[in-house]
Design a protein around this ligand. Structure first.
Ligand code: C5P
Length: 299
């Protein structure tokens, strides 16, 4: 018997970042939108904890106990006083180290898969609590849809979305480390007065209306200057997407994936074609959001 869980990637339509806290994290106002790029995590009983991975970037995924999926299995097993005797197989389609919460998605997927396999009977609140301990973006990977994350991003308020938003994602030639991007944010902000992060009502209204033109003029990412500072070539990708007709172009989360908002699915496919031919990125994907959170596919 095995359980497979499908988990979405995310893009941040607003990422407001405050000053570094004493614990090193940053307070955020983080407006997440789940999009239809997915990983699938399959949990199968095994003699001991084992992680395998397939997909275009599989060679970049750690298979030891540092893998967030393995850590989810360990955390759940510990809480329920049982052995983490499970094989987790990740079918990976979300870019690795890309700013799209791929590791967090695998973490939430593994948690839900092990929970179903082991029949722990954990409540959703309990699962969300474990998610928050494992990483700032993990609770959102469980919930999906759209949500405002506050605190370090783990405290969620679900948001209403009035329609589908169509996106193009340009995958970069290398990854960026999230802690390194936050460190660069701190370096660039030295001596500046960094305001408290607050959600932009115009972003929430544009989501609620399902209006891509309104969302396009309000999207923002405070980590973008830091990501561009560490990876200046991303500026060429952003320019190529804008020239191709994107309503908005921004770095996704801590990057280096760049995200382009399109009017509709046809426009997204046209922009993807131009970006693919531009030579400014490694690969191009289209997706739409909101997408559902972690979903059990079958057992
Ligand atoms: O929570 P998570 O483990 O995903 O965070 C990875 C790293 O990103 C943290 O170690 C920290 O350097 C940075 N981070 C941060 N503030 C946040 C979220 C993440 O500084 N709110």
């Amino acid at each position: 018997m095995s359980v497979t869980v499908r988990v979405p990637a995310k893009v941040n339509v607003q990422l407001a970042v405050g000053a570094a806290r004493p614990d090193g994290f940053h307070d955020l106002a983080n407006v997440f939108l789940a999009v239809s790029l997915h990983d699938e995590v399959t949990a199968t009983p095994a003699g001991e904890l084992r992680v395998t991975c397939e997909g275009p970037d599989a060679d970049q995924v750690p298979l030891d106990r540092t893998n967030l999926a393995a850590r989810a299995a360990l955390a759940l097993a510990e809480r329920y006083g049982r052995a983490p005797d499970v094989h987790l197989h990740i079918a990976k389609d979300i870019p690795v180290a890309g700013g799209m919460a791929g590791g967090s998605a695998d973490c939430a997927g593994a948690l839900v898969a092990c929970d179903a396999l082991w029949g722990t009977g954990a409540s959703r609140e309990e699962l969300l609590e474990i998610c928050a301990e494992l990483g700032s973006d993990v609770p959102f990977s469980l919930v999906g849809g759209a949500a405002l994350g506050t605190g370090r991003g783990e405290r969620l308020t679900e948001l209403e979305v009035g329609g589908d938003f169509h996106w193009v994602f340009a995958l970069a030639s290398r990854g960026l480390s999230t802690p390194a991007v936050f460190r660069e944010f701190d370096r660039l902000g030295q001596g500046l007065d960094i305001p408290e992060p607050v959600a932009d009502q115009a972003v929430l209204d544009a989501l609620a209306k399902g209006d891509p033109a309104a969302l396009a003029v309000t999207v923002s990412n405070d980590l973008q200057p830091a990501a561009l500072s560490l990876f200046p070539e991303l500026g060429d990708t952003l320019a190529a997407g804008r020239a191709a007709g994107a309503l908005a172009a921004l770095v996704s989360g801590s990057g280096p994936t760049t995200a382009f908002l399109a009017t509709d699915a046809k426009s997204a496919s046209d922009i993807a074609g131009v970006l693919r031919a531009s030579g400014t990125c490694r690969d191009v994907r289209t997706a739409s959001g909101p997408a559902a959170g972690a979903t059990v596919l079958g057992s």
